[in-house]
Design a protein around this ligand. Structure first.
Ligand code: ZN
Length: 303
């Protein structure tokens, strides 16, 4: 088995937390699995959406930064976030998105695919490639099972390809959607990365991905990869405790911020699975400031 097993989570920037929560829970049917604050800036939310348990490989997370300018997804950034659904669910999803006023473009691929944008302009796609082993959860048969993967638009594709294959356990696997496909062969989901060519340069801001996190089982696996990052002399954060997982961040040579994150302990470490996402959760460092943090956060109605 490989050490790194596909994607753990994807984190993007949003403008308005309420609009963001409405879209990802009501339109895309994901579960809000954690409502917390940005650990580095507790005046803004960090919202996590996923399957009914918030499993690694399903977690789409957002920093809704008040007042952040609009970004433009492009080169030097992760580009298109791709969710996996059953192939026969694509027509139902098309109707559902169009009924919600979301313009949809069928992808030009052999596998059924719908491309669209979230309310902030973040490029998204539904891919009809959910493996039958990934059973439906309480959200129903057509529900998003997790990520299919992501496309990346690197400033230095050859260098990014080397990071994917030599540090993150991907193998080049032919043509993808708009570029070269890399697959994490042992990953149960969130397996595909397509390195795309020819994108215009991106600018950070809302509607763009902030970073992509790759998945390892536990802390020993994380520390093993940290050693490798240091051997490569790639500047990195060192080990960071993100409370729901442990992480290492590094800027890959093509300009993108990557993270490696552990499966454990998971989102039910501080609240029961049955009520994930219902209360504002704070780490021990922020808990003493709860009243001030809550007074500062914008109001947010969540399911
Ligand atoms: Zn992250």
């Amino acid at each position: 088995m490989t050490i790194v097993q596909g994607l753990h989570h994807i984190t993007a920037v949003a403008a308005d937390p309420q609009r963001n929560a409405d879209f990802y829970t009501r339109v895309l049917g994901l579960r809000l699995v954690k409502k917390t604050v940005n650990q580095d800036d507790p005046s803004s939310y960090h919202l996590y959406y996923g399957d009914d348990r918030g499993r690694p490989g399903t977690a789409m997370t957002f920093f809704p930064f008040p007042g952040v300018p609009a970004g433009r997804a492009g080169r030097g950034q992760p580009l298109e976030t791709r969710f996996s659904v059953p192939a026969d669910a694509i027509p139902a999803w098309r109707s559902q998105l169009e009924d919600a006023g979301v313009p949809v473009t069928p992808g030009d691929t052999d596998i059924p695919m719908l491309q669209f944008h979230d309310p902030d302009g973040l490029p998204l796609a539904l891919i009809g490639d959910a493996p039958s082993a990934l059973a439906a959860d309480t959200r129903g048969e057509t529900a998003i099972r997790g990520f299919s993967g992501m496309s990346l638009a690197s400033h230095r594709p050859a260098a990014t390809a080397r990071v994917l294959t030599e540090l993150l356990d991907y193998a080049e696997s032919g043509a993808g959607v708009g570029g070269t496909r890399f697959t994490s062969v042992d990953a149960p989901l969130a397996r595909h990365i397509d390195l795309v060519d020819g994108a215009a340069p991106g600018t950070p801001g809302y509607g763009t991905v902030h970073h992509v996190a790759f998945r390892v089982a536990d802390r020993p696996a994380l520390l093993e990869r940290l050693e490798r990052l240091r051997a490569w002399q790639l500047p990195c954060s060192g080990e960071v405790d993100r409370f729901y997982f442990r992480s290492v961040y590094f800027r890959e040579p093509g300009g993108m911020l990557f993270e490696i994150a552990t499966d454990d302990p998971g989102f039910d470490v501080d609240e029961p699975l049955s009520s994930l996402g219902q209360s504002l959760m704070l780490t021990a460092d922020h808990e003493p400031m709860r009243a001030a943090i809550e007074a500062h956060l914008p109001s947010l109605e969540t399911p």
